[in-house]
Design a protein around this ligand. Structure first.
Ligand code: F6P
Length: 320
């Protein structure tokens, strides 16, 4: 193995830069050359890359976003796209490819491996934490903390005005951000796609909490759990609350990575190079019970990550 390529793909996640830094520093310390494709798979398809060395990645650790930039490349869902990407890697003499991204990026990476035989290691980086086989993903902790900080502020004004706030958080079609931030914020209700809810019951629950003296509240809702406008309307019309809606949106994707996101990025970035040097063909760096271990890349992106029902029950029990 002489030349490895790296790209950050799909939705960006805080800590991607720290992971890139770890990949480049580890690889160059072992005598490998590194190229970085720009704008994720879009740059790979266009054969846009730069040579990376350890000086270039200095100072990246604390930066959100991604130095290499990213994109959502629809072309990678097609056979033509996959085969073009495989050709570009082969044409550049790439011996191993490290993909820092999420589920969709890993599915494309598996295709590239099938088409080219080039060993590929995935580093799970997504604020959604929706990747199977790893306890957590790079960026998730930062997104949860960003959302938590916002909700703590919302709580202040909710209390002052005795209002209910519906706060929509990201997560695509999974409720991991909503669950953790909801528990940490002491939300009065948490709506996630994994748990069916009845809006009448949510209204009743908030009314009951009100009868016991707490006349304000926060409902944390995952974007995949339905239409937050409808939830707001139902709380107003059926329960008679004064309700405000806040959609946190992309602020959850940016900002300085937390220490936990950085540490994970450092460990996974270094492990990804080790995995390639050990001769691994198609794996993901995964965190399991505090250790970085290899997990089959196909498993990681094809299997649905289990939702922690116990944590959800705890959140509900503590919010009453
Ligand atoms: O996958 C990360 C994520 O932020 C999801 O939580 C969200 O649904 C989606 O990306 C938004 O994507 P985009 O930035 O392309 O609108």
């Amino acid at each position: 193995m002489k030349l490895i390529a790296v790209a950050t793909t799909g939705g960006d996640a805080p800590g991607m830069n720290a992971a890139l830094r770890a990949v480049v520093k580890t690889a160059t310390s072992k005598g490998l050359k590194v190229i970085g494709f720009e704008r994720g798979y879009a740059g790979l398809l266009a054969n846009d890359f730069i040579f990376l060395d350890d000086i270039m990645v200095d100072g990246l650790m604390h930066l959100g976003g991604t130095y290499l930039k990213s994109s959502r490349a629809e072309a990678m869902k097609t056979e033509d796209g996959i085969s073009r990407a495989a050709d570009v890697l082969e044409g550049n003499g790439v011996d191993g490819f490290i993909v820092i991204g999420g589920n969709g990026s890993f599915r494309a990476a598996c295709g590239i491996h099938e088409a080219s035989g080039i060993p590929i290691v995935g580093i799970p980086a997504s604020i959604d934490n929706d990747i199977a086989g790893t306890d957590t993903t790079i960026g998730f902790d930062t997104a949860v903390n960003t959302a938590l900080e916002a909700i703590d502020k919302i709580r202040d004004t909710a209390t002052s005005h005795e209002r209910i706030f519906v706060v929509e958080v990201m997560g695509r079609n999974r409720g991991f951000i909503a669950l953790e931030v909801g528990l940490a914020a002491g939300a009065e209700a948490i709506l996630v796609p994994e748990v069916k809810y009845d809006i009448e019951e949510v209204c009743e629950r908030l009314k009951e909490i009100g009868r016991r003296g707490r006349r304000s509240g926060v409902v944390v809702m995952s974007e995949g759990a339905g239409d937050c406008m409808q939830v707001k309307k139902a709380l107003e019309e059926r329960a008679g609350f004064e309700v405000r809606l806040t959609r946190l949106g992309h602020i959850q994707r940016g900002g300085r990575p937390t220490a936990r996101s950085r540490l994970l990025a450092c460990e996974m970035g270094a492990a990804s190079v080790e995995f390639l040097l050990e001769g691994r063909e198609r794996d993901m760096t995964a965190l399991q019970a505090g250790r970085i271990v290899p997990v089959n890349l196909e498993y990681a992106c094809m299997v649905e990550k289990p939702f922690d029902r116990r944590l959800y029950e705890l959140a509900i029990a503590l919010s009453a």
